[in-house]
Design a protein around this ligand. Structure first.
Ligand code: CA
Length: 648
């Protein structure tokens, strides 16, 4: 039942605020308090189990129509509830129930200007957005600056990844959400580039409390936002940098009125469980259109990841189609340069061959454009509606079911519109879309039915590019389920069974992690389409049980349950596949061996399960494990090692 207190009057405890409303979550543990400062600036604070998570934090924005951040007076307050159930095939759970208490506060900003702040407060998630009516006769608005912010207690530590400079890096493709995370950094630590941090952002408040910040509901009519550096204790919402997209397009979002800003979300728990399991990015959005065809999740593989550019030829692609067919996979991703080295006619033949083997082709495109120096082709198709629409028609005619579009120009509203345009045109032709070199998804799994994944992470390609990344693969893997992949699907392109990351499996960078670690990442990293970094030689040089596992690995899930872990150290989670089997996977980056007694309520006493693990001496093998203690499994996990338990 709902527990709601709703208070007007002076805030206690000597606070500066002049009035306050309080809304609790349905279970009463999460409490939002809103207030107005003596200057008429809206503020909010958040408690969980009586502990302060966010101290008085600023709200409001400054627009070209008026200032909605100060001199406000409260006009109206309205409370209510939201109850919603929906299904999804692309995220960590398939059936989701969302219940929240709501608060909408309408403010007068003077001169006939009004603005409302709308809140939803669920058991472990809360979210807010601004609702802007027609202002006098003004029906459009540019939001110049948002003052919305997050003030954590000063003993909080952070798990953040910086926003990079714009127009730097390889072929001037940044920013692309491909920066490193720092674990447990002090709250005051400045960002690497001085541009703050990208979403999602994880905060550890004291001993037990955690908060994950992100945003959702960003469509083609708003920009993507990020967090500023810690500015006098506040991480503020910031809009894109003017230099993004080669300086083209406004950094300030423009909206038509009446209008709304995207939801900014805060997920809070006294353990990491609500963080890993949250569905808040999808609870607050609705599908923007219907897909009247079946969107294909599934497994694929791709030659580019290990064999690189030289493999972009007809014969090598045939080898990968045969390999995918041998694995029983649904897809082969044909990456950059196919237009030059295979050609459209060759591609049509390839698509026909793939179809005869029961395999779909996914085709790579550059998004560019005038926002980088990418020469990897095809270029200048996805950026322009006339060639893009013609291309989609051709793709449909040859039976291509999906595309991967790479190298976007940043988070400006103009770029968000390009993402939406590509998705919308692709949908008209039954084509699913993966984005790489891109922003993170913001509710897109639900908003766009044919959207099937984004990179927005330092992904598997970095294992090929540098030994440093191989050396820290374990550390990075233990972050993603808590941060990036908690807030959206993540097309990582991983699970490497080569020991060496080159075509001969005899040169290039060296993998440091075990085969069991690699299998575990196929479960830990969640995306409805998984393009695994396997190679045809793995059919003979990888352990037979590893290949057998990879042949049967699912990519769609009914449920995800956090078991235990700590970001940067280790992670164990359980996922229930849509085929009914439970997959329990873990990896470690901890320098000390971890003796774990896992609490696995999904396993019954006497049940026989399969354990995929290594003993450090012999190759990975599956063995049968009989559950003795109901719901308990004991195992030791060492650095760079992992395991998977499969339970029928
Ligand atoms: Ca990339």
């Amino acid at each position: 039942m709902k527990l709601r207190t709703y208070v007007f009057g002076v805030l206690g405890g000597g606070a500066l605020a002049t009035s306050a409303a309080t809304v609790s979550s349905p279970d009463g543990r999460l409490v939002l308090t809103t207030s107005l400062s003596p200057e008429g600036s809206p503020l909010y604070s958040v408690n969980y189990d009586g502990k302060a998570i966010l101290l008085d934090s600023p709200l409001g924005f400054i627009s070209n129509v008026g200032d909605f951040s100060k001199d406000l007076t409260l006009l109206k307050e309205k409370t209510g509830t939201v109850e919603k159930s929906y299904t999804q095939t692309k995220i960590k759970k398939s059936h989701i129930d969302w219940t929240a208490n709501t608060l909408t506060e309408e403010y007068n900003a003077g001169n006939g200007l009004k603005m409302s702040i709308e809140w939803q407060v669920g058991n472990n998630d809360l979210a807010f957005r601004y609702i802007i009516p027609v202002e006098n006769k003004t029906r459009s608005m540019i939001i110049e600056k948002e003052v919305s912010g997050f003030r954590f207690p000063d003993f909080t530590t952070t798990f953040l990844t910086p926003q990079s400079d714009a127009m730097i890096g390889w072929k001037r493709t940044k920013p692309s959400y491909e920066e490193f995370y720092k674990a447990d950094a002090p709250l005051s630590e400045a960002s690497q580039y001085g541009h703050g941090f990208t979403f999602p952002a994880l905060f550890h408040i004291g001993e037990n409390e955690w908060a994950l910040l992100t945003e959702t509901g960003v469509d083609g009519y708003f920009c993507g936002s990020r967090l500023s550096d810690n500015n006098n204790g506040v991480f503020q919402i910031e809009y894109p940098m003017p230099e993004e997209n080669n300086g083209n397009g406004s950094a300030s979002p423009a909206i038509s009125l009446p209008g709304k800003t995207p939801w900014r979300t805060i997920t809070i728990g006294s353990t990491l469980k609500p963080i890993v399991e949250t569905t808040i990015p999808w609870n607050l959005v609705e599908p923007l259109y219907e897909a009247d065809y079946e969107v294909n999740p599934g497994r694929g593989t791709w030659s580019w990841i290990i064999w690189q550019d030289n493999s972009m030829n007809y014969d090598d692609q045939i080898k990968y189609i045969d390999f995918a067919a041998d694995m029983g996979y649904e897809h082969v991703l044909v990456d950059a340069w196919w237009d030059k080295n295979i050609g459209k006619e060759g591609l049509e033949k390839l698509a026909e061959y793939a179809s005869s083997k029961g395999v779909n082709l996914l085709l790579w495109y550059s998004s560019s454009g005038w926002w980088n120096d990418i020469e990897q082709s095809p270029t200048n198709i996805m950026s322009r509606p006339i060639p893009r629409k013609a291309e989609m028609k051709w793709l449909e005619s040859i039976g291509v079911k999906g595309i991967k579009v790479d190298f976007f120009g940043g988070d400006k509203q103009e770029t968000m519109r390009l993402y939406e345009d590509i998705l919308s045109d692709a949908n008209d032709h039954g084509i699913s879309v993966i984005f790489h070199g891109c922003t993170m998804p913001r509710g897109w799994e639900r908003m766009y039915p044919n959207y099937v994944g984004s990179e927005a992470v330092l992904a598997s390609e970095n294992l090929v590019f540098g030994q440093d990344f191989c050396d820290m693969e374990d550390f990075n893997a233990t972050l993603h389920p808590f941060i990036r992949n908690a807030a959206g699907v993540m097309e990582y392109g991983g699970t490497v069974l080569n020991k060496r990351l080159n075509r001969g499996n005899d040169g290039g960078t060296t993998r440091r992690t075990t085969d069991a670690f690699q299998l575990a990442t196929s479960i830990l990293f969640q995306n409805p389409v998984q393009n695994f970094a396997l190679a045809p030689n793995n059919l003979t040089d990888a352990p037979a049980d590893a290949i057998d596992f990879m042949k049967n690995v699912p990519t769609t899930w009914d449920d995800t349950v956090f078991i235990e872990g700590y970001p940067g150290k280790y992670i164990v989670l359980a996922r229930k596949a849509t085929n009914g089997k439970w997959y329990i996977a873990g990896v470690s980056a901890d320098k000390n061996p971890l003796k774990l007694t896992l609490d696995l309520p999904m396993l019954a006493k006497g049940q026989e399960v399969k354990l995929y693990a290594e003993d450090g001496k012999t190759p990975l093998a599956a063995k049968t494990l009989k559950i003795k203690d109901p719901g308990k499994v004991q195992l030791t996990l060492t650095k760079r090692d992992g395991f998977v338990i499969v339970a029928e």
